[in-house]
Design a protein around this ligand. Structure first.
Ligand SMILES: Cc1cc2nc3c(=O)[nH]c(=O)nc-3n(C[C@H](O)[C@H](O)[C@H](O)COP(=O)(O)OP(=O)(O)OC[C@H]3O[C@@H](n4cnc5c(N)ncnc54)[C@H](O)[C@@H]3O)c2cc1C
Length: 389
């Protein structure tokens, strides 16, 4: 007989929420991870994660953002802990660029509350940000950021309180599934359950190989720079931002602590072959791109880097998440390829994955993220053409 109803492999952003929702619904659930919740080895660390409804990536995400925010609020209330900070987010770029045109599409379709700022309004709202004359600024005042490590820790803690078992410190080597049971092998033990959820973050290529989806992991450094005065202070009402320049999309957060403003580049990033062997040092070329952006658009930030961190994006071929029931195993569900914009959704994705693995129909809001969509998976023809083995 199986030891558990469900095993969750990977207790990071999505996995911690899945573990919580399963445990809360009375399911006997085991969570397995190589590292402890809130760790800095995967994709859920570095302090902050933006939450926006004016969703330039695709309007279909907006209903999910609303549901995710509701889940975050409930988590905050149950713990009497603040996790979400509605500092507002500025979207800046050329009117016809992917950022601004994408924001406008979501705003129009879902009536998102966004203001187009005049140059004078922009200067008042973000005195330390230089906006080029041919760039527009769309301000979403109710957007903000989540404290990423605290969110993962909160879900893991609440899951354990609700009866989940959490085992960290050992890597999962392999899993297999039959009609009514699954087996998960770690470095030291074998566990069995009726069902399985796989939420592997950057290790999707290892743990979801049979999906034949060419996930690509990218190295994403972020930096904190020293500031002076009030131009970049969250306490003075300065918002976070996404800024599309001719070189890519950059983002930043106002100063909330002694480390200064946090900035990074959303686009680009070096390919990572082995997430465990990620180079966590400062790469001069990556840093130069960010510092060029700072010189052009945040000119008053000091060139003194106070802290840096390296994280990873797991890109799907079309940059949209892949969340579904496993195509070959009815009792296995997964979430992968969150493509650098998934954290805000982890609260609702965990709830929906819990439903999927327990046999519920796929929620209509998730349907655009299924794994049989065109262009996602390698086919036999791709293998023949590329000679890949
Ligand atoms: C720099 C940066 C900025 C970002 N900014 C934003 C943002 O502003 N807004 C937003 O919404 N999203 C953002 N994202 C994306 C978001 O953080 C990720 O999409 C999300 O955190 C991914 O969660 P996950 O659960 O898929 O992966 P993870 O949180 O990495 O979880 C995967 C877990 O699986 C475990 N695991 C994997 N393989 C094994 C194994 N074999 N054995 C045991 N355990 C295993 C890992 O240890 C890990 O804990 C950003 C990402 C980065 C890197």
């Amino acid at each position: 007989m199986s030891q558990y109803d469900v095993i969750v492999v990977g207790v990071g952003g999505v996995g911690s929420s899945t573990l919580y929702h399963l445990a809360r619904s009375g399911v006997k659930v085991l969570g397995l991870d190589r590292f402890s919740p809130g760790h800095d080895r995967g994709s859920s660390h570095g302090g902050m994660r933006m939450v926006r409804r004016a969703y330039y990536e695709h309007p279909s995400y907006v209903p999910l953002v609303d549901r995710a925010l509701q889940e975050w609020r409930e988590l905050e209330e149950s713990r009497e802990e603040t996790l979400y900070h509605p500092v507002g987010i500025l979207n800046v770029g050329k009117n016809d660029g992917p950022l601004i045109s994408g924001v406008r599409a979501s705003v129009e379709q879902h009536k998102v509350d966004v203001d187009e700022l005049t140059p004078a309004q922009f200067k008042k709202r973000a005195p330390g940000i230089h906006r080029a004359d041919d760039h527009v600024a769309l301000f979403e005042k109710n957007a903000g950021y989540l404290q990423v490590e605290a969110c993962v820790q909160a879900y893991a803690d609440e899951a354990v309180k609700a009866g989940a078992e959490l085992r960290v410190g050992g890597a999962v080597r392999n899993w297999s599934a039959r009609t009514s049971s699954v087996t998960v092998e770690t470095e030291s033990r074998t566990f069995t359950a009726g069902r399985l959820v796989v939420t592997p973050g950057p290790w999707a290529r290892d743990l979801l190989l049979d999906l034949c989806i060419p996930f690509e992991v990218r190295r994403k450094p972020v930096y904190w720079y020293q500031t002076e005065g009030n131009d970049y202070q969250a306490s003075k009402g300065v918002p976070a931002f996404l800024y599309e320049t001719g070189d890519g999309i950059f983002y930043g957060y106002p100063q909330v602590d002694k480390f200064g403003v946090k900035v990074g580049e959303h686009t680009g990033g070096m390919r990572v072959q082995d997430p465990l062997g990620l180079d966590r040092g400062v790469d001069p070329q990556d840093q130069k791109r960010v510092e060029t952006f700072l010189a052009d658009h945040l000119p008053n930030v000091k060139r003194r880097c106070m802290q840096h961190s390296v994280c990873m994006y797991t890109m799907s071929p079309d940059s949209h998440f892949v969340i579904d029931r496993h195509p070959h195993h009815e009792n296995v569900a997964f979430a992968a390829g969150l493509s650098g914009h998934g954290f805000k959704f982890t609260s609702i994705l965990g709830k929906l994955l819990a439903g999927i693995v327990m046999g519920e129909a796929i929620d209509p809001d998730l349907k655009f993220l299924h794994c049989n969509r065109p262009g996602l998976r390698f086919t036999d023809a791709d293998f023949e053409e590329t000679g890949a083995v």
